[in-house]
Design a protein around this ligand. Structure first.
Ligand code: IPE
Ligand code: IPE
Ligand code: MG
Length: 247
């Protein structure tokens, strides 16, 4: 039986997050420049988005560019930004055909004006799509996001709107940029690296993590199915013991 048919539609993660890693190595292994890997990552993005939408995942969040990625050589950063502008423009049709709403998290105002404009247009065009929400994490860092939340909560305390006693986990979640989505239940990272790299630190508190050796440009929907099946075969205990879960 194909992997897709083995997936239990009643036990799907509502929200999947992916750290799309390995573009540079993919290109290098072919004797090409790193940028070649980024260009070849678009198919994988489409496969992940369409694959999630077609099986009924409601939220997909993709780590596309981190706050730390600004430290890369300027030529690579520039190429990534150009690719972003071109791709968003081209992919609006794919988003519309699949009923996907586009959103973005991160310090969007740090992106070049053209990228911001394309992004804003695509988000506006797709805003009424209901099948799935695709979030691009761009110039995103979880620590920056949590710092922003602390700043915003502090301002409301200073103005007397809320008291410190009202701060609970629910309130903190509401001040993060991901407040519109449930926490991801499944986090996938490609390229064999076993780290989080400052992605969604608060939100992944209880996510199941699936590391795969494949490099991101090689990712296809069968890989998504594999990760979901693996997720469905895990016992999520949330601190309890196995016998309590099986009742
Ligand atoms: C992920 O691939 C894409 C971005 C971080 C923008 P990398 O560019 O990190 O590729 P590797 O990890 O160097 O192979
Ligand atoms: C994480 O990948 C960020 C993205 C996938 C956008 P990196 O390649 O930047 O992570 P590190 O530096 O290897 O941890
Ligand atoms: Mg990398």
């Amino acid at each position: 039986m194909r992997r897709k048919e083995q997936i239990d539609p009643h036990k799907l993660p509502k929200h999947i997050a992916i750290i799309m890693d390995g573009n540079g190595r993919w290109a290098k292994s072919r004797g090409s420049e790193r940028v070649f890997g980024h260009r070849n990552a678009i198919t994988a993005v489409r496969e992940a988005a369409e694959g999630c939408a077609e099986i009924g995942v409601e939220y997909l969040t993709l780590f596309a560019f981190s706050t730390e990625n600004w430290r890369r050589p300027p030529t690579e950063v520039r190429a990534l930004m150009t690719l972003l502008v071109e791709t968003i423009g081209k992919e609006v049709k794919t988003l519309m055909d699949n009923g996907i709403r586009l959103r973005a998290i991160g310090n969007i105002e740090q992106l070049p004006a053209r990228a911001q404009k394309r992004l804003a247009e695509a988000m506006e065009t797709t805003k009424d799509n209901k099948r799935m929400t695709l979030t691009l994490a761009l110039s995103y860092g979880a620590r920056a996001d949590m710092t922003q939340a602390i700043r915003d909560i502090s301002k409301r305390i200073a103005s007397g709107e809320i008291s410190p006693d009202q701060i609970d986990e629910e309130l903190v979640s509401q001040y993060l940029s991901t407040s519109y989505a449930p926490d991801p239940e499944l986090l996938i990272r490609t390229s064999g690296e076993h780290r989080i790299s400052n992605f969604l630190l608060w939100e992944i508190a209880y996510a199941e993590i699936f590391f795969m050796p494949k490099l991101w440009p090689d990712f296809r929907r069968e890989d998504l199915h594999e990760a979901i099946l693996n997720f469905q075969n895990r016992e999520r205990r949330f601190g309890k013991i196995s016998e309590q879960i099986q009742q």
